[in-house]
Design a protein around this ligand. Structure first.
Ligand code: UDP
Length: 191
């Protein structure tokens, strides 16, 4: 059962269970969206019913932040642990490498997603990747969408900042089997 924080339904699964769910979705080629729900994102849904509906429609909504873990406990439905975007992607890369997944890194300033992908691929060789920055114009977007569709990712990591990445993800459900909003994770992974 999910915990309800200000109307946002947040999963109570551990990191391990979350990773397993994602792996199963890739294996079954089942399209899913993953939202890492930090307090700012949950707070933003108070001003935006559409955002709340989108998040509540995601297959996986992880508790991303000590505030969320605390709130869940106070509400009597404690979560197992905090599941942040960066920790989640780091847990996924060894599996991506082992299973030779196709991973698309979208977001951050030009060059950062490539650098993040290169560094991760050095550490966990075996997955295929492409990357693009997150400062594309509306004129550039069709070419970007075509690039992603042609690549056919198993996992699309979207680091455009919340809540833009969530709106973008739910507007483009056909791009990837699994889509994950990862915030500023590429900046951290690029070092
Ligand atoms: N970003 C982007 N395109 C934009 C605005 C932001 O790719 O138009 C990127 C930005 O470079 C950063 C990430 O989105 O890598 C947002 O990171 P932040 O930590 O601010 O967001 P959060 O993790 O809080 O969602």
């Amino acid at each position: 059962m999910r915990t309800d924080i200000l109307g946002v339904k947040v999963d109570r699964d551990s990191m391990e269970d979350t990773v397993q769910k994602i792996q199963k979705a890739v294996e079954a080629q089942k399209t899913i969206q993953v939202v890492t729900a930090n307090p700012e994102l949950i707070y933003a849904t108070g001003r935006d019913v559409r955002l709340k509906q989108l998040i509540n429609g995601a297959e996986i909504v992880t508790p991303d932040g000590v505030g969320v873990v605390w709130a869940a406990k106070r509400l009597g439905h404690p979560v197992v642990e905090r599941v942040t975007g960066i920790d989640l992607v780091e847990a996924l890369f060894p599996i991506a490498a082992e299973q030779a997944w196709r991973v698309f890194f979208l977001g951050s300033r030009p060059g950062v997603a490539e650098k993040a992908a290169q560094r991760v691929a050095e550490k966990h060789p075996g997955f295929q990747w492409q990357a693009a920055h997150g400062y594309f114009s509306s004129e550039e977007e069709p070419a970007l969408l075509m690039q992603i569709r042609e690549f056919k990712p198993d996992i699309l990591l979207i680091g455009l900042g919340a809540p833009r990445q969530e709106f973008w993800m739910f507007s483009h459900l056909d791009l990837s089997t699994v889509s994950v909003g990862v915030g500023g994770s590429f900046d951290a992974l690029a070092g």
